[in-house]
Design a protein around this ligand. Structure first.
Ligand code: ATP
Ligand code: MG
Length: 436
């Protein structure tokens, strides 16, 4: 019997990792530049956390959660998204007492029992940025800029689709208008939407069914029904976006899947693919979420992006990234004694911070030098029988092939001297995303 992947799961193989590494690296860099600190929450939370926040009427909670009862009787779920966990953590750890907004980010797997298809998995990775404790529209704008520029920096062409979903002040009226509009078309709606009509009316607007989309197209628009405050908020966000030349489409069909959103809602999609392709990411304001979980009323805004979809689009667009491995020193060895001594030399140099490579199980020098050039080693240190006997090391400049014998005890000083003009070459490459 041969085991297979569980349906909807995905291995991220070594050859795909350069994309993931680049994305993880850029996420950390974005955190540092914009002042967001990383927050890791557990994969498991109480099921009620998601029922309360995401909402029982949403697809995520009603159909897509991996939920179970533990031996001890606790009702738990694998997290289907990360914002609820972040808000729980904010309240539980009294982050309200820190300077506001508290800005955090995560990069973590999420679980939804979705229908597996292209770009849709049951375990998928998201990274997300959340700013909790500030209602200023400039924060919304900054998060939109971040989510947009993250993707354009990777070489992708994307668009911002933006809308407002109002607040408790103007939403009830709008929902009434919307329900009234749909009354006449009830029988035209897909069965899901017929069910959503009274429970989750906003979701009718982002149904993927064709006829439902046509009806949504003609429906009354939220932007025409916003209260003064929500309208001004949206206008400010748009002005900030114009300030940094970010193109956006006002799109009344962007409502986001989750119940806790207020005011600004946006999605980032591939340019020209609106309505056709699934979003790469989305975000919005969630001014009611913290209070919903028993905290003080606390405005907040954030976004989440799906890493599998970003990687897939980069591959589809044939965006080249640097997949090469780099190291400063390669350690080659010939003979039993040399192999032993090279083990020690390797550990010694590694502790001193050199970036290294080796192929200790190989016996021939040719094999080893081939790997050394593949890894773009600057120098290869060769330990053979003669070197062992003399207490020396042969140092080979991989660029011009020139070799020189150095006293074993002076090898560290020698390579440090030679490398100082190009210290940490491998690190330099890391800080500059290798997009070609
Ligand atoms: P969709 O409408 O495509 O189902 P969603 O509204 O459920 O998306 P969000 O909850 O906003 O998605 O999650 C943000 C991002 O996470 C999405 O834009 C997408 O990139 C990613 N994502 C969501 N569900 C999946 C999934 N099942 N597989 C892979 N990525 C996903
Ligand atoms: Mg979904």
């Amino acid at each position: 019997m041969q085991f297979q992947l569980v349906k909807g799961m995905k291995d991220i193989l070594p050859e795909e990792q350069p994309y993931w590494e680049l994305i993880r690296h850029n996420v950390d860099l974005m955190g540092a530049n914009y002042g967001f600190a990383r927050l890791d929450t557990p994969v498991l939370e109480f099921t009620n956390l998601f029922k309360r926040t995401v909402g029982e009427a949403t697809d995520i909670v009603s159909k897509e959660m991996y939920s179970f009862v533990t031996a001890g009787g606790d009702k738990l779920s694998l997290r289907p998204e990360n914002t609820a966990g972040v808000a729980r953590s904010y309240i539980e750890h009294g982050m309200v007492n820190q300077p506001q907004p508290v800005k955090v980010y995560y990069l973590a797997p999420q679980f939804r029992h979705d229908n597996p298809q292209a770009g849709r998995y049951r375990q998928f990775w998201q990274f997300g940025f959340e700013a909790i404790g500030d209602k200023d529209p400039v924060i919304d704008a900054q998060l939109i800029i971040m989510s947009h520029n993250f993707l354009t920096d990777l070489g992708l062409e994307v668009e911002v689709q933006i809308n407002s979903v109002g607040d408790s002040n103007c939403r009830p009226n709008y929902l009434k208008t919307l329900r009234h509009y749909y009354q006449d078309y009830k029988k035209d709606l897909c069965s899901d939407c017929q069910e959503r009509l009274n429970k989750n009316t906003l979701r009718l607007l982002d149904c993927k069914n064709k006829r439902c989309q046509e009806l949504a197209e003609q429906s009354p628009q939220f932007v025409d029904h916003l209260c003064e405050e929500c309208k001004n908020h949206l206008m400010s966000v748009l002005e900030y976006l114009e300030e940094v030349d970010i193109k956006y489409n006002l799109n009344s069909r962007i409502v986001r899947g989750l119940d806790y959103y207020t005011k600004t809602a946006w999605e980032i999609v591939e340019a020209g693919a609106e309505g056709k392709a699934s979003a790469l990411g989305g975000g919005g304001r969630f001014d009611d979420l913290v209070e919903l979980l028993g905290g003080r009323p606390t405005p907040a805004v954030g976004f989440a992006m799906g890493i599998e979809r970003i990687v897939a689009l980069m591959q589809e667009k044939q965006i080249k990234i640097d997949k090469e491995k780099y190291c400063d020193l390669y350690i080659a060895q010939l003979g039993v004694e040399a192999r032993k001594k090279s083990l020690r030399l390797f550990e010694d140099l590694r502790r001193d911070g050199f970036s290294l490579a080796e192929n200790i199980s190989k016996k021939g020098l040719k094999d080893q030098l081939e790997v050394a050039s593949k890894k773009h080693a600057k120098y290869t240190l060769i330990l053979g029988q003669k070197e062992i006997a003399d207490g020396t090391v042969l140092i080979r400049d991989m660029e011009n092939g020139i070799q020189e014998t150095v006293d074993f005890n002076k090898i560290k000083a020698e390579v440090r001297k030679r490398l100082s003009s190009q210290v940490m070459r491998s690190l330099k490459i890391r800080t500059k995303p290798p997009v070609v």
